[in-house]
Design a protein around this ligand. Sequence first.
Ligand SMILES: O=C(O)c1ccccc1N[C@@H]1O[C@H](COP(=O)(O)O)[C@@H](O)[C@H]1O
Length: 203
Amino acid sequence: MIIKVCGMRDEENIRQLEQLDIDWIGFIFYPDSPRFAGKRVKYLPAKIKKIGVFVDQNPQVIRERAADNQLYAIQLHGSEPPWYCINLRLEGYKLIKSFGIDKDGHLPNAQLNAYEGKCDYYLFDTKTELHGGSGEKFNWSSLENYKGETPFILSGGISPEDADAIKSIQHPKFAGIDINSRFEHQPGIKNIEAIKNFIDKLR
Ligand SMILES: O=C(O)c1ccccc1N[C@@H]1O[C@H](COP(=O)(O)O)[C@@H](O)[C@H]1O
């Protein structure tokens, strides 16, 4: 299972996180986020794959942030259309496209079909007025209705109490989790002890 910790921006906090057994670290390059990492992250851990989060931004900005921050993948949280994903993938980027699921757990099936084959991963987040980072969960039982081919990352309000529920997810396309605001002291500053305990329960 891929474990991604998102919304990092503080050098000391990143250095602490890199000691843990995580796979991906996420940096938010959307300036309106309280977790905005700036243009260049101050410290880039060598052994962890670095993911850049963007919201309806100019592809040239994505190219610059990707080059400056050694990004492994681009995570899109806006209304970027399928062709936008195709073009970035043609340039060689791995692509993660986020989809908002409403709290009742209705999957946006027409949208998911439209992006099939155009992304490396889908990311299922809770649909709110924010683009992400709401700390709110959707109804995970709806995941069993996902019949697509693209592997998915589960996101949206995952909290330290969720380890057992995550371990019980059996879906063949379940690839990993993305944790964020529920593991923070304040936006962008993670509670390393809470993340460590959570990973110990998951692994
Ligand atoms: O966290 C943010 O501020 C943010 C802003 C804009 C787009 C995405 C953002 N974060 C992503 O949101 C999900 C869910 O986070 P949470 O667990 O509900 O806090 C996660 O994938 C973050 O990468």
